[in-house]
Each structure stands twice: as structure tokens, then as C-alpha cells.
Ligand binder design. Structure first.
Ligand code: 5AD
Ligand code: SF4
Length: 464
């Protein structure tokens, strides 16, 4: 049997796409391997969001070339595919720059991947193929259905793509160009997929989309449904104990979605809501179409609906034209809100985006200094949030064996990694755990055995 190695970069959407590509290739006779050295087919599912992400791909292709050459000496062929957002953005340029590549396929054409792989390579006189079309139909309809054994192998927490693409055109971002216009999948398909996942043992589903809360798919009544409504429908699927969604835009946090955080016990108290900057001037230049205070108001509403919610955000420092005063506004917003976790980046000029053309690019040293200051504050907030859970009992979904024998690892409702001793407990269980200490990247807990003390829900609400 031929072997395929799939490597994923970038966001959760790419992780999901990689799984679906692997499914399509498995249906076409490949077995998955986790080593590139013995792979007959190497697929790099790439990310274009920041310069570093794209550069990683070319350096990885250098390593793949060595493998391909070594295998060729032994008379074995290695076909190489570049998929994902770099493929979409650079297209045929990749074939010119990296001779090792046989197939370039954009995120909307994965269903054609098995056929392309068959056509490419030595047997056809080393034909090289590119497909970066945006077809009209839903690629997921052409991919093989999820199968139970594969779902189970991937664990008890799964992603489900509900929406793709973006129509917002933030001036720094490549996503509208690499993922195309916003498309929402119909509710019926999503519920069907959620059922399959739950029946195979999945307990937690994260609905994903580049702009997930702009979801506007066809509902079971033929009308357009919002994400809030979709969340209610997913919550009704038997076996789905936990729901999350990501990534959201502040402008699309509508009332129904905010209310879902109050009304749906399955919806976990965690919200990733990128703000990017705290300066109204920079937010306008970024084309975010909201101000710092509008973001604060949304957060107030979300907190009113779910007081214990863990907030997370994305930040960009050194956007073109960002002054010291603008940056201080970002620091002030962070101080005002208090985030449980976050991602922060130096602005990276992406070819083809409006901000890349700006004459006011910020010096690298200034970006580095601002990033260090921002990250110090965010890290302090992260530790404070995690520290506040020490002594509390939280429900942990057990996802995998822990680092030491007898240990288990899982996630709290707030998406914190928790490790604890769990003799007799199994992956997939959701159990009350008392948090006893805070480590560098995870919390240490003790399973609560006593049923009365173990009523985490009671503890949660009294704590909140
Ligand atoms: N430079 C730096 N960060 C960026 N992001 C997106 N585009 C850029 C860019 N050009 C960040 C944003 C976004 C996250 C996914 O990546 O913060 O929310
Ligand atoms: Fe990267 Fe954006 Fe593509 Fe995800 S959608 S892989 S973040 S460029």
C-alpha cells in the first residue's frame, strides 16, 4: 500500500482540511504515515497569513527535496503536493521556485486532489499540475463521508467547518484572497456531520470558519440561519456535550449569539474575539469597521450573558502608521478587559493587501519592542486568569493520557489544559477536577471522587 504524509500549518481550518484530504487519499488507496521519509506522497497544507508562515513552507520543501532524492536513488518515487493558502496565493510560482513540487492545489479544490495526484509524477512524464479555482459547489460534497474509525482515531474533540472565506477585507489580511468569498454550509449537512462525530465518540465540537459568526447558511426551514441558531441545533445532537466556535469578528457578535452564551449549557465559556488594536485611528486604517469602545461594549454584553467567560484575542503591533500613542491605546484596552489567553504578532506586509502598499511601515526594532511589552502584559493576565482557577472544581473533558503513567490530560471549560491522576477514568469522560496548582502551560488537578463535592456545576455558579 502506498503511504501519504500530510503536514499542516496555520489555523484549525487547515487542520480540518488536512484530515479531509487524508480521507480522500485514503479512499484512493493510500495509508497515512507520520513520517515523511517513508511516504510515497507528501502533502504540505500551507498557511500564508504572515510572512514567516509562508517562508516555513519553502524551507520544508528543501527538506522534502532531500528525501525525494534519497528515495529516487532507491528507485522509489515521491510525489509532492503543496496545498492550502500559499498554494492559492502563489499558484504556478511554486512550481517555478520549487522543482520538487508535483501538484499545487488551493483550499477550494481538494476534492480533485486524488485525481491530480494520479495524473502527476513520473508515469506521465513528470506532469506538474496546478488547480487554484474557486468552484461554485461545496467541496465537502465531493469528499468521502467521515468514517467512524478515522473519527475515533482523531480523538474526542473535533473540528467542524461551517463557514469559509471572508468578505471583510481588513487591510492587512490575505484571507479574502486565499480563501475567497464567504460561504456557509447548509445546516442539514452540518447536523449530519455532527451526528456522525458524536456517534463515533466525539464529545466536543468546535465549529470553525474564518468568520464563523458571519455564518448565514440555509436552515432546515429553507431560511437563512445565523450562528446563534446553528449552535442551538448542534446542542440538540445527542452525545455532543460541549460546543465551541472560532474565529469571530466583533461586528458579527449579534444578540442571538450573545444570548446563546447565557442559554446553552453546552456552549463553553470561552470566546476568541480578535480586536487587533485598541486605537480607533489604526482600527479605521485596518478597515475593521469598529472602534475600541464598540469592542468594549460587545465584551460587556458577553460578560453580562456569561460572567465567567474566558476571553481571548489577536493583536497586531506595528501596523503601518502606528504611533506610540496608538500603541498605548492597545495597552489600555488590554488592561481594561483582561484576557485569559491571546495571540499577538508583529505586522507582516502581505503581498496584494492594501496595508502592504502603505508608505508608513514601522521599523522592525519598534515592532519588536512593542510586541515584547504587549506580550508581557498579556502573559501576566493569562497567569492571573489561570491562577484564579486554582482551588476551584472544573469539569474536564479527558482527551488523552498525560505526560506520566496514570496521568490524564484534558481541557477545562475555559480551554485550559489540565493534567491529573485518573485511575479508572477514560478518554471521553467529563469529570470534576479540583485545580491544585498552576504550571507553565497547564494546570495540575485532582479528580474529585466524592459525588457531593464533585458537583462542579454548583461550584461553578457559586464561584461566578
Ligand atoms: N500581519 C500580522 N498579523 C496578521 N494577522 C493576520 N494578518 C496579519 C498580518 N499581515 C493576524 C491577525 C489575525 C490572526 C489570525 O493573524 O491578528 O487575527
Ligand atoms: Fe493561514 Fe489564513 Fe489560510 Fe488559515 S486561512 S491557513 S490562517 S492563511
Amino acid at each position: 500500500m502506498k503511504k501519504v504524509f500530510v503536514k499542516s500549518y496555520g489555523c484549525q481550518m487547515n487542520v480540518y482540511d488536512s484530515e479531509r484530504m487524508a480521507d480522500a487519499l485514503t479512499a484512493d488507496g493510500y495509508a497515512q504515515t507520520d513520517s515523511a521519509d517513508d511516504a510515497d506522497l507528501v502533502v504540505l497544507n500551507t498557511c500564508h497569513i504572515r510572512e514567516k508562515a509562508a517562508e516555513k513552507v519553502y524551507s520544508e520543501l528543501g527538506r522534502v527535496r532531500e528525501i525525494k532524492e534519497a528515495r529516487a536513488v532507491e528507485g522509489r518515487e515521491t510525489k509532492v503536493v503543496v496545498a492550502g493558502c500559499v498554494a492559492q496565493a502563489e499558484g504556478a510560482e511554486i512550481l517555478r521556485r520549487a522543482k520538487v513540487v508535483d501538484v499545487v492545489v488551493g483550499p477550494q479544490s481538494y476534492h480533485r486532489l486524488p485525481a491530480m495526484v494520479r495524473e502527476a509524477g513520473a508515469a506521465s512524464g513528470r506532469r506538474r499540475l496546478v488547480d487554484t479555482d474557486f468552484p461554485e459547489d461545496d467541496k465537502f460534497d465531493h469528499l468521502p463521508k467521515l468514517d467512524r474509525a478515522r473519527i475515533r482515531a482523531r480523538g474526542v474533540a473535533a473540528f467542524l467547518t461551517v463557514q469559509e472565506g471572508c468578505d471583510k477585507f481588513c487591510s492587512f489580511c490575505v484571507v479574502p484572497y486565499t480563501r475567497g468569498a464567504e460561504v456557509s454550509r447548509p445546516v442539514s449537512r452540518l447536523i449530519e456531520e455532527a451526528r456522525l462525530l458524536a456517534q463515533a465518540g466525539v464529545r466536543e465540537i468546535t465549529l470553525i470558519g474564518q468568520n464563523v459568526n458571519a455564518y448565514h447558511g440555509e436552515g432546515t426551514d429553507g431560511r437563512e440561519w445565523t450562528l446563534g441558531r446553528l449552535l442551538h441545533a448542534v446542542a440538540e445532537v445527542e452525545g455532543v456535550e460541549r460546543i465551541r466556535y472560532t474565529t469571530s469578528h466583533p461586528r458579527d457578535m449579534d444578540e442571538a449569539l450573545i444570548a446563546a452564551h447565557r442559554d446553552l449549557p453546552q456552549l463553553m465559556p470561552y470566546l476568541h474575539l480578535p480586536v487587533q488594536s485598541g486605537s480607533d485611528r489604526i482600527l479605521a486604517a485596518m478597515n475593521r469597521k469598529h472602534t475600541g469602545d464598540e469592542y468594549r461594549r460587545v465584551i460587556d454584553q458577553v460578560r453580562a450573558a456569561r460572567p465567567d467567560i474566558a476571553l481571548s484575542s489577536d493583536f497586531i503591533v506595528g501596523f503601518p502608521g502606528e504611533s506610540d500613542a496608538d500603541f498605548e491605546e492597545t495597552m489600555r484596552l488590554v488592561a481594561d478587559i483582561g484576557f485569559a489567553s491571546s495571540f499577538s504578532f508583529k505586522y507582516s506586509a502581505r503581498p496584494g493587501t492594501p496595508a502592504a502598499e502603505s508608505g508608513e511601515q514601522i521599523a522592525e526594532a519598534v515592532k519588536a519592542e512593542r510586541l515584547a511589552r504587549l506580550q508581557a502584559l498579556l502573559e501576566e493576565q493569562r497567569r492571573a486568569f489561570n491562577g484564579a482557577t486554582v482551588g476551584r472544581v472544573v469539569e474536564v473533558l479527558i482527551e488523552k493520557p498525560g505526560r506520566h503513567p496514570g496521568q490524564l490530560g484534558g481541557k477545562s471549560p475555559y480551554l485550559q489544559a489540565v493534567h491529573f491522576d485518573g485511575a479508572g477514568l477514560a478518554v471521553g469522560d467529563i469529570v470534576p477536577v479540583r485545580i491544585v496548582a498552576q504550571g507553565a502551560n497547564s494546570l495540575v488537578g485532582e479528580a474529585v471522587r466524592d459525588a457531593a463535592a464533585g458537583n462542579a456545576d454548583k461550584m461553578e455558579s457559586s464561584a461566578a
